[in-house]
Design a protein around this ligand. Structure first.
Ligand code: FAD
Length: 461
């Protein structure tokens, strides 16, 4: 029988357990279904769609080299898979397990209609693999990390199929170009295209480079001006490479850098562990007391709307925040330290609900990931499963100095490219704010006080 391989965020040949198993059993028909409705608010954002286009293009070529194809369909994933199965006269579907709530639902419905085999391919371990002494899933990262480390090594990576046999007749497929995944008016993707090489080969190329640099990770990871992190996140998100492949490729390291990098890969697994327990994590406060917090609401308050826009455009008057937001828009990615600073600024200085930030990141990030994005936003806002971070208000100017962001600011805020440290961190205070660069939209102290009084009001203090 023909084996359908349902591709989603696993756009690779190697270490693809679903594809690997299917290829052993019979002719393979790989399919990608563009399902915009299933995820509701979390339908794929603009930057991710750009990446998806490039990644499918690249993977289709790899299939083509084996005289095989990826069939493209658009619509409700379950319906399309059932239709395809009918056309091929088969009931067998293989897929790598995904944990987004909409994919879990689709996996459940599909398994009632066809013979679906789910494989574990996208994480170090399946979600739910490590549990507390009483068999409960972990809520907090550190014990989760310790328990997972005790389980290492993860499974071995599986090789790519050497050959793929084809169905007697190829079913019809959409044309990728007709999906309009690339932006047209305006075409904002130039910076993103210049910054990234997409696809499985590019992911492995980046991993080989990273092998030489991972030893310095702990020393450099917090410095935005330095290229000190792996930048593998979009490749991981779209499944062009797996954390298992990365882990095995780098395990020969003994450095502090590798230890620290390994723990970040575990964060990625941890985020899936959280959304498995709390599927609504991307849209609801985990701590319900925060439902009473009086956020400034951009839909009803003109000033809040103006502030949100200034944040999105990188025009807040805080150079580190503006550099980060512009890096995001220009390249589809932002340095982790700066993600924390910009998130804290939106939530606390501007007192705008984390969900507005989550939404913007969702649209702009090439690595936008339901689990990682929501877990990190809820962590920053203190609404999540972990410690209460709302009261830890990051001072953007201090952060900018401490992590030596001058070069980063010069790169992404060209108006400030003529300034040096210390002036560049706060040109307004040093009397050298260039024309065209805004004053701070709120003073640090005023922002802090407003956030703390909203917090106290919520607590009834
Ligand atoms: P490295 O520093 O090289 O880390 C290696 C890998 O570990 C990353 O590729 C990523 O897969 C994983 N990782 C690292 N940090 C985290 C983390 N804090 N949480 C989960 N996984 C992590 N990451 C996403 O992949 N998608 C998102 O949508 C996302 N949204 C975020 C939103 C906010 C507000 C914040 C503060 C962080 C967010 N992150 C997200 C986490 C982190 O910023 C990125 O994973 C990281 O910057 C990607 O760059 P890198 O590949 O060079 O990471």
């Amino acid at each position: 029988d023909v084996q359908i391989v349902w591709l989603r965020r696993d756009l690779r040949m190697a270490d693809n357990p679903a594809l690997h198993e299917a290829a052993k059993l019979g002719p393979v028909c790989a399919v990608y279904v563009l399902d915009d409705a299933a995820a509701g608010h979390h339908a794929m954002g603009g930057a991710s769609r750009w990446w998806l286009h490039r990644s499918l293009e690249s993977l289709s070529k790899s299939f083509g080299r084996r005289n095989a194809r990826i069939v493209l369909r658009r619509g409700d994933a379950v319906e399309e898979l059932c239709k395809l199965a009918g056309e091929l006269g088969t009931r067998t579907v293989h897929a790598n397990r995904h944990y987004e709530p909409w994919w879990r639902k689709a996996q459940g419905t599909l398994s009632e209609k066809l013979d679906l085999t789910l494989h574990d391919g996208n994480y170090l371990f399946p979600a739910g693999h490590v549990t507390t002494g009483s068999g409960e899933p972990y809520k907090i990262y550190t014990p989760f990390y310790k328990a997972m480390r005790a389980q290492f090594p993860p499974r071995d990576a599986v090789p790519e199929p050497k050959t793929l046999s084809s169905p007697d007749e190829w079913p019809e497929s959409d044309d990728l170009a007709d999906w309009d995944l690339l932006p047209t008016k305006p075409d904002w993707s130039g910076g993103i295209a210049a910054f990234w090489d997409v696809g499985e080969k590019a992911a492995h190329h980046r991993l080989a480079e990273w092998d030489a640099d991972v030893g310095d990770y702990e020393a450099k990871r917090n410095l935005p001006s330095v290229d000190g992190s792996s930048r593998l996140s979009p490749h991981l998100h779209h499944g062009e490479i797996t954390p298992v492949q990365i882990w095995h490729a780098l395990k020969h390291h003994r450095s502090e850098g590798w230890q620290s990098y390994e723990s970040e890969l575990v964060w990625r697994d941890y985020a899936q562990n959280v959304i498995c327990q709390f599927p609504g994590y991307g849209s609801r406060n985990y701590r319900e007391d925060y439902d009473a917090l009086q956020w400034r609401d951009p839909s009803g308050d003109e000033n809040a709307a103006r502030d949100l826009e200034a944040w999105q455009k990188g025009m807040t008057g805080y150079p580190i925040v503006d550099a980060g937001m512009r890096q995001l828009y220009e390249t589809g990615w932002m340095h982790n330290r700066v993600r924390m600073i910009t998130a804290s600024f939106l939530i606390k200085h501007l007192l705008i609900d984390w969900r507005e930030g989550e939404k913007w990141f969702w649209d702009c990030l090439v690595d936008a990931d339901y689990g990682s994005n929501s877990v990190n936003w809820q962590w920053n806002s203190g609404t999540g499963v972990d410690s209460n971070m709302f009261v830890r208000i990051m001072a953007p100017l201090t952060q900018s100095e401490k992590f030596d962001a001058a070069g980063y600011i010069r790169r992404y805020v060209p108006e400030l490219s003529g300034l040096d440290a210390p002036h560049i961190h706060d040109p307004e205070a040093h009397g050298c704010r260039p024309k065209g660069y805004p004053r701070k939209i709120i003073a640090h102290k005023a922002g802090r006080e407003r956030a703390m009084s909203a917090y106290k009001a919520m607590k009834g203090e």
